[in-house]
Write a protein that binds this ligand. Structure first.
Ligand code: ASP
Ligand code: MG
Length: 407
């Protein structure tokens, strides 16, 4: 019997009516002869409300207590969904992250799943039970409740699908698939019928918010087939699987990420200590450019998200003696716009077209990063949406998609 994992996001379970709609989806999959494991997020904006309450009590709530609080959101939606299914005559059981055996590391608020003891789920599924698992949460070896970081339910679903060897992991959301650009910014954006896991990985990391990057990373590692589709319509979604079609050396999407800060440090010689310090504090450093002079003193620029800027500057200040830098500058109000597709290095024409397109719109490029799968430019944040529209039209998606991606 095919085994599928269905994941429903917060909007999809945002009200009692929507929970009823979700039960229809689950029942349909079950009636078609599938075994079904479901992962859900907290209802609607409830995680945000919990965060607000915590922040009213403390500007910097203790990580452990925050996890304890936020994990309650999903407990509401799993139990309601299980009740709804049971009342329709289907055997269902809800499991919190710890009941489902989702073991994580000890990093509160952004824990990573290290293992899933899936025997309990597998045994329930074998008996024909629909298992509803709380997304976004797990437990450490010491029995501490953890959460995986905002948007983490996608990761729970994919990790679970890998662990129970599901045939497909369906991500139900409020959009009908993965698009060539955010349709809110580019109304002519096209839905992709199929995309490789590598391309999705880049899109997700570079700002496409449809799937959590860590979920895609996990899907890639364990080769999980994903389908992103709308929970509000029967439209076919986007299938994400397998490798890039190496013949199609084309751009499959344009994406952007706002709220980026650039830090420049001048004249220092402790590159490795710098990054060791930042990594230890779980600061995600993004684009790095560096040049050294004949004395091997370095000028270095790197970007971090604006949320991490304060912490990064504090760390640099407090390690000033070790790092021995002369000058430090910060620039905020930046964004990263990226084109994603296979064979960027072997197809430098795409990079050239990107630079030309941005120049023709008088959008200054402050930093560039280039890899086989993408080209990213750091630009002013107030120009990011215009940059996305320009690039989407320059790369002629209407034509390219027919040739390369919509197969
Ligand atoms: N409820 C969590 C959040 O709002 C997890 C998720 O939705 O994936 O971030
Ligand atoms: Mg989400």
């Amino acid at each position: 019997m095919p085994l599928i994992v269905q994941k429903f996001g917060g909007t999809s379970v945002g009200s009692i009516d929507r929970i009823l709609m979700v039960t229809e989806r689950i029942v349909e999959a079950k009636n078609k002869g599938n075994d079904v494991v479901v992962v859900v997020s907290a209802m609607g904006q409830s995680t945000n409300s919990l965060v607000d309450m915590a922040e009213r009590l403390s500007p910097n709530p203790a990580g452990r207590e925050m996890d304890m609080l936020l994990a309650t959101g999903e407990q509401v939606s799993i139990s309601l969904l299980a009740m709804a299914l049971i009342s329709k005559g289907y055997p269902a059981v809800s499991l919190t992250g710890w009941q489902a055996g989702i073991m994580t590391d000890t990093v509160h608020n952004r824990a990573r799943i290290v293992h899933i003891h899936s025997d309990k789920i597998v045994n329930l599924v074998r008996k024909g039970t629909i298992v509803i698992v709380a997304g976004f949460q797990g437990i450490t070896e010491d029995g501490e409740v953890t959460t995986l970081g905002r948007g983490g339910s996608d990761t729970t679903a994919v990790a679970l699908a890998a662990s129970i060897k599901a045939d497909l992991c369906e991500i139900y959301t409020d959009v009908s698939g993965v698009f060539s650009a955010n349709p809110r910014i580019v109304p002519t954006a096209k839905k992709l019928v199929r995309i490789s896991l590598d391309e999705m990985m880049e899109l997700a990391t570079l700002g496409a918010s449809v799937l959590h990057p860590r979920a895609v990373e996990c899907a890639k590692k364990y080769n999980v087939r994903l389908m992103v589709r709308s929970s509000f319509s029967d439209e076919e979604g986007t299938l994400i699987e397998g490798d890039v079609d190496m013949e199609a050396k084309l751009v499959c999407g344009v994406t952007h990420k706002d709220h980026i800060a650039k830090i420049t440090i001048k004249k220092f010689d402790a590159l490795s200590s710098l990054f060791t310090i930042l990594v230890k504090s779980h600061i995600d450093v993004d684009i790095i450019t560096q040049c050294s002079d004949e004395l091997s003193l370095t000028n270095l620029s790197f970007t971090v998200s604006i949320e991490d800027l304060g912490r990064t500057l504090d760390l640099l200040e407090s390690n000033k003696t070790t790092l021995a830098f002369e000058e430090l500058n910060t620039e905020v109000g930046l964004a990263k716009v990226s084109i994603v597709g296979s064979g960027m290095v072997s197809n430098p024409e795409a990079t050239a077209r990107m630079f030309t397109a941005l120049a023709s719109e008088h959008i200054p490029i402050k930093m560039v990063s280039h890899s086989e799968m993408k080209v990213s430019c750091i630009i002013p944040e107030d120009m990011s949406e215009r940059a996305v529209r320009t690039l989407h039209s320059v790369f002629g998606f209407d034509v390219l998609l027919k040739e390369a991606v919509l197969h």
